[in-house]
Design a protein. Structure first.
Length: 167
């Protein structure tokens, strides 16, 4: 690691937060953000790391950047450009949203098995809804065959030459 005293001047809670956030990012992406690299996946993961740390703790940019073997200017640049990148980069948006949900909101990380189960539940719901649609179509056909008309079609339409006598 380039910086050996990267969390000097930070509290124990901030150190725990940085480690926890790094592990969450690694679990979600499989990427080690401590690597010195310009690969887009690693850069995106670092941007998410900087943004979430900035939102949730009062850790300095120097400590943030040093914790992932970067210079403080790199962290500042990533933070300044994050909002634009969030709007334009779909991969960054999805990554940020998923890491934010896990780190800040406390949601659990979805595994492939979770997605398979959710897919099966959705397929079950779709088949139930299709059956319900078919049932409603049959009811509608039956109602049409019984010559049942909606209320607005049951009223009698009078010609203009007819007079209605009411007492």
């Amino acid at each position: 690691m380039r910086y050996t005293k990267f969390l000097q001047g930070t509290t124990q809670e901030q150190r725990i937060q940085t480690k926890k956030l790094k592990s969450i990012i690694k679990q979600i992406t499989g990427i080690e953000i401590n690597k010195v690299s310009r690969k887009q996946e690693i850069v995106r993961a670092r941007k998410v790391y900087y943004k979430i740390l900035r939102q949730t703790s009062k850790i300095s940019c120097i400590a943030m950047a040093n914790s992932v073997s970067q210079d403080h200017a790199t962290a500042l640049h990533a933070l300044r450009n994050f909002d634009f990148d969030y709007k334009t980069d779909k991969v960054l948006k999805e990554l940020y949203d998923s890491v934010y949900d896990v780190f800040v909101k406390g949601m659990k990380i979805k595994t492939p098995e979770d997605f398979v189960q959710e897919n099966l539940r959705m397929q079950q719901k779709i088949s139930e809804l299709k059956a319900q649609i078919e049932e409603l179509r049959n009811e509608l056909k039956e109602a049409r065959s019984n010559n049942i008309r909606p209320r607005n079609q049951q009223t009698k339409i009078y010609n203009a030459s007819e007079t209605i006598v009411s007492f």
